[in-house]
Ligand binder design. Structure first.
Ligand code: FE2
Length: 434
């Protein structure tokens, strides 16, 4: 939606788009290069069978790039209904006559071949908002990366081994930081939302000016070590720390710790892609729900930041460190090692305020409901964001270790139900000025 901004180098942009398309497809194929039985099974009622995600990304690409922009006749109109995320819930999807793994792979490859033809011919300076700056390609690349992250969450739930990668993450430097290490952000006006970013979604727009009173925000996400103190202090047994809905969730579900944690004597263990290991004290806590994040914050005498506070802490640039794409010493993104990096691992990724690890590691729950910015206009379709607005979903920010760099930025907004924790979710705390 970059209104009539001329693309400086069309060839370079087309090459970049082709490379992004290739990268994301290689990623999807890696995650689905597993036993067919694992692909077609439903591992949790929360998640689709992996083979659904695989064909769905191709179908989405067909709808938007081939039909909407390319004007190409539908390849397989009879399957549209099966892969429309709004027609069937995740729980219903295993009962559908889905394409099998082989069929799904050849369908998405057929779509992709035609997509590259469309890319070849498209005018990226066309003022049409789907074409301008290659928005429609950004839409499908980000969409596929988001499904890849969802597939990782499914694989984690399935306890399938094999997705742990031993990439080198930088060492942490401030072990056991919890409620300490706050940064003060002075009161004032800041600009929230996406400006020129050509691939930003409708829900990040329009950029608008907003006054925020001064506040304090944690320099780092809350660590496993700090969170374990809340558990040890009886946090899950004391309704004082929970909202009524959160307390009801704890009582009904019998929740006593983050998802995938089990206790052995005094030691917490976790399961990570089928592997059991002690919970590392110095990593950001992940697999917590909004209710757990909110309760921890109250116990610690603090609160969750609003999403405006979270975004202001990034310092008003594409990423906290500036406008250049992430490097390995700035953020843990793109499934390098299948886990969050230790607290303090990314001093190079700090925002101008000195807040760290905002991007990557874990999605951070905020106190905000998912809603429209003033002047919001839905684009390219209501079902991307608008139908989710209201008091049902809480906003998460910043991406996780499983998020690809192309699918996150300071203004990026994710949303989910407050009970969800199969996602790679953590949080940091904030507090108002006295
Ligand atoms: Fe989707």
């Amino acid at each position: 939606m970059s209104d009539s901004i001329k693309v400086p180098d069309v060839t370079a942009l087309k090459e970049k788009i082709a490379a992004e398309l290739a990268t994301v497809r290689a990623r999807s194929l890696t995650y689905t290069d597993i036993d067919e039985a694992v692909l077609v099974r439903q591992h949790s009622p929360l998640m689709s069978p992996l083979v659904w995600d695989l064909a769905h990304v191709g179908n989405y690409e067909e709808l938007w790039v081939l039909r909407e922009v390319g004007g190409i006749t539908p390849l397989r109109p009879e399957i549209d209904d099966l892969y429309d995320a709004f027609t069937h819930t995740r729980g219903d999807r295993p009962g559908l006559p889905l394409l099998g793994p082989g069929e799904a792979r050849s369908y998405i490859a057929g779509v992709r071949g035609r997509v590259l033809d469309v890319l070849d011919k498209i005018d990226l300076d066309d003022p049409d908002p789907l074409r301008a700056g290659g928005f429609v390609f950004g839409l499908v690349v980000q969409h596929e990366h988001q499904h890849d992250e969802t597939m990782l969450a499914t694989l984690q739930l399935s306890r399938q081994p094999g997705l742990v990668r031993e990439g080198d993450l930088p060492p942490g430097r401030s072990p056991n930081l919890g409620a300490s290490g706050e940064v003060h952000i002075p009161g004032g006006i800041f600009t929230m939302g996406a400006g020129a970013a050509p691939w930003a979604y409708d829900n990040e727009r329009p950029a608008h000016r907003l006054y925020l009173p001064g506040y304090w925000i944690d320099r780092f996400p809350v660590s496993n070590g700090a969170y374990a103190e809340f558990v040890a202090a009886g946090g899950y047994e004391d309704p004082r720390w929970w909202t009524p809905a959160g307390w009801q969730w704890v009582e009904t579900k019998g929740v006593r710790a983050p998802l995938f944690w089990t206790r052995d004597g005094d030691i917490w263990w976790r399961i990570r892609f089928g592997r059991e290991e002690p919970v590392p004290q110095d990593e950001p806590v992940q697999h917590v729900s909004w209710y757990e994040a909110d309760a921890y914050a109250r116990w610690a005498g603090r609160r969750l930041p609003t999403e405006a506070e979270w975004e202001k802490a990034c310092g008003g640039r594409t990423y906290p460190w500036g406008d250049a794409d992430p490097t390995l010493d700035q953020a843990n993104l793109g499934h390098l090692a299948a886990r969050p990096a230790p607290i303090g691992a990314y001093p190079q990724g700090a925002s101008p305020y000195g807040v760290e690890q905002l991007i990557g590691d874990v999605w951070e729950w905020t106190d905000s409901w998912f809603g429209p910015y003033p002047g919001f206009r839905s684009f390219p379709y209501r079902e991307y964001s608008e139908v989710f607005f209201g008091q049902e979903y809480r906003v998460l920010r910043g991406g996780s270790w499983a998020t690809h760099p192309s699918a996150v930025r300071s203004t990026f907004r994710n949303w989910d139900y407050p009970i969800r924790r199969q996602i790679f979710s953590g949080f940091r705390c904030a507090r108002s000025e006295e």
